[in-house]
Design a protein around this ligand. Structure first.
Ligand code: NAI
Length: 339
């Protein structure tokens, strides 16, 4: 035991570089869409992760080569390689342990995540076909929206290729958890948001994002009004950023931090650390919808255990009932796209 804290949320993937430098774990990580608003800072965080032996960057935009040169000057051990366009995609993926996918278009003001389906569904399908060919055993973290549909698309592609393992496919909803931690800390006057935890379940769009404030740790009491207002703010966190950026994109820096923290949790699981729990959108039978975000235990093969929602307040139970039809519809839309 190296004394690292269990669970996710202390930013040790970045600040603890020196402390973890001696770990035995050593992984190859690819970022697909690495020249983008999320991809670039995410790649920088992954370059700083001492568990990473090689960082592969892929994009259709040729500037990704320059991003690779830039990152390669950071004096951490990860070797950086950049790949451009279809012809280099398989080479990028061969031998990867973890593939993180932030490729695709982001929202503009007034758009829902589902409005991105027309463009991003095809991008995710193409990238997953390549993953199935070139690194069928890798863990896959899907960031591209609408996550509620793109993860079922990925699952369907992997099934058709005969390499689907539900333990290895995760939709990244960790930004919702980060927002919940931050907003609850603000509301309750905690100076240090890293000590707060709030599970966020369901999916990653509007009402399907359900923070379980009743399970906040350290334990906090919320009035009904407070719970309703905080829930709304967490659900609308992405839209808050989209509007503040006024057409120039959606959350990129916070998303990169969330994706890097989640990716690190996956690598810690792969390297055999125990007790690595994080929320993610995965296939399971814990709810009536076949894909559902909930707390999962990450281990040597990816998701080793999926926890149910646990005890919910009446407000949370109602919100869950109300959101399930929307979540199911988004899942069907993804499956039908491939079918
Ligand atoms: P961006 O437009 O800045 O970057 C996207 C990158 O993907 C670009 O570099 C583009 O060249 C690349 N790309 C496009 N087609 C590609 C393909 N076929 N293969 C490889 N790369 C390709 O967008 P940004 O802000 O980085 O957002 C990316 C995605 O992440 C969006 O779909 C956005 O909605 C989603 N997102 C998800 C969040 C979550 O919590 N899961 C939070 C925030 C954004």
């Amino acid at each position: 035991d190296d004394g690292a804290p269990d669970g996710v949320g202390v930013l040790d993937w970045f600040f603890g570089v020196a402390a973890i430098g001696s770990r035995r774990s050593s992984f190859v990580v690819a970022v697909l869409g690495a020249a983008g608003g999320i991809g670039q800072p995410l790649a920088a965080f992954v370059k700083a992760n001492a568990r990473v032996r090689e960082l592969r960057l892929y994009d259709v935009a040729p500037v990704v080569r320059g991003v690779g040169v830039d990152l390669s000057h950071i004096n951490t051990r990860a070797k950086v390689r950049a790949y451009v366009g279809d012809a280099e995609l398989d080479a990028c993926l061969r031998g990867c342990d973890l593939v993180v996918v932030p490729a695709g278009v982001p929202r503009k003001p007034g758009m829902s995540r589902d409005d991105l389906f027309g463009v991003n569904a095809g991008i995710v399908r193409t990238l997953c076909e390549a993953i199935a060919r070139s690194c069928p055993n890798a863990l896959v973290n899907i960031i591209s929206n609408p996550v509620n549909s793109t993860v079922p698309i990925a699952a369907e592609v992997f099934k058709r290729s005969g390499c689907y393992d539900a333990r290895k496919l995760m939709g990244v909803t960790h930004l919702d958890v980060m927002r919940a931690r931050t907003f609850v800390a603000e509301a309750k006057g905690f100076d240090d948001p890293t000590i707060v935890d709030v599970p966020v379940i369901g999916g990653h769009a509007g009402a399907t994002i359900l923070p379980l404030l009743s399970q906040t740790t350290p334990r906090c009491a919320f009035t009904d009004e407070e719970a309703a207002a905080l829930t709304r703010r967490i659900q609308n966190g992405g839209t808050e950023v989209v509007e503040a950026k006024g057409g120039a994109g959606s959350a990129t820096l916070s998303m990169a931090a969330a994706a890097a923290e989640f990716a690190d949790a996956c690598l810690r699981g792969l390297s055999g650390e125990s007790g690595i729990w994080a929320c993610a959108y995965v296939e399971s039978s814990v709810a009536s919808a076949p894909f559902f975000a909930t707390k999962v235990l990450l281990g040597k093969h990816g998701v080793e255990r999926v926890s149910g929602p646990g005890a919910m307040s009446p407000f949370e139970k109602r919100a869950m009932e109300n959101m399930l039809p929307e979540l199911q519809a988004s899942i069907n839309k993804g499956i039908n796209f491939v079918g």
